[in-house]
Write a protein that binds this ligand. Structure first.
Ligand code: PDD
Length: 284
């Protein structure tokens, strides 16, 4: 049985409670972060906390714990649950109050929940075999840059991908790829540059995306921040995704079109290795 954190207390997962009036439950009015753990240490942690504050600011939501406390709670859960490899999920909501679309921030006390999930992240089926992607229209709302718990469309998108024999979906808006259902999308051109679309309201500013782009630039890999179409992706040398829980995940087919011979490509595997090595050096 795991220990989870709910509103200031460490409790067993089967005793944890939040209100039926919580605005995240009724309105999707909550934000979250997922940080990975390798060797019992947190990866890219300061950037995840910075993005939590950004999400809160954009929604006018209070964060009433300090960054030091947030780190201490993460570490306590990692230690209590013996997490060597896995993730820590942190959710903050605007709080609980009788159901009403209109709310008074002064009357609300934010809800804070954290739990861990232990699972292999380095040696996985995706890292070995890569993932098959299908494309779907991007029907999400206009503020995909905020990491909210409104994840119904991404969840249904992943279910559609599974039903079509694939592992995940890339979403397309205005003829170009926005991002994966829970990750950022990249292609590798035939000349070896990595391409991902620029930040905007249409995608989440991925922490793994930013770190990987910085490591790539340092190692001399050309990085192009521009939009690309599914057709360009079909014709790319390689493709991959980035996220906190997958790191750099090779893409081996898109809508049934094989990339890099249906196997994880060498540039992608090199970037995955670099990301893991560099982020371990900075792990907390
Ligand atoms: N998802 N884009 C979307 C829509 C995401 O949900 C995520 C993360 C990312 C990648 O961001 P980062 O590198 O900071 O993890 C991009 C997390 C892992 C999740 O929902 O489980």
């Amino acid at each position: 049985m795991r220990t989870v954190f709910v509103n200031g207390e460490y409790v067993s997962e089967n005793e944890a409670k939040v209100s039926v009036f919580d605005r995240a439950f009724l309105f999707g009015d909550g934000i979250y972060e997922v940080a990975s753990v390798l060797g019992g240490k947190l990866i890219d942690f300061p950037a995840h906390v910075a993005r939590l504050h950004r999400s809160a600011n954009e929604l006018g939501m209070r964060v009433d714990v300090s960054d030091d406390e947030i780190l201490a709670i993460h570490r306590e859960l990692i230690s209590r649950n013996g997490v060597e490899e896995g993730v820590v999920y942190m959710q903050m909501t605007r709080g609980a109050i009788d159901r009403d679309f209109v709310f008074d921030t002064d009357k609300l006390k934010p809800t804070m929940v954290l739990f861990t999930q232990s699972r292999p992240l380095i040696e996985t089926a995706v890292s070995k075999n890569g993932m098959k992607i299908v494309s779907i229209p991007d029907l999400r709302w206009g503020r995909c840059d905020i990491k909210t718990v409104q994840l119904l469309y991404p969840s249904l998108g992943k279910m559609e991908a599974k039903s079509r024999g694939a592992d995940d979906a890339w979403m397309v808006r205005d003829g170009v790829v926005t991002e994966g259902t829970s990750n950022n999308a990249f292609i590798v051109t035939k000349s070896g540059a990595i391409v991902t679309r620029p930040l905007s309201n249409e995608i989440l500013p991925g922490i793994t995306r930013a770190a990987l782009m910085a490591y790539s630039a340092e190692s001399g890999t050309p990085v192009e921040e521009r939009a690309f179409t599914i057709e360009e992706a079909h014709d790319a040398a390689e493709a991959f995704i980035t996220s906190a829980s997958v790191f750099v995940g090779p893409v081996v087919s898109i809508d049934g079109v094989e990339l890099s011979g249906g196997k994880p490509g060498p540039v992608t595997l090199g970037l995955r290795k670099t990301y893991i090595e560099e982020s371990l050096k900075r792990a907390l």
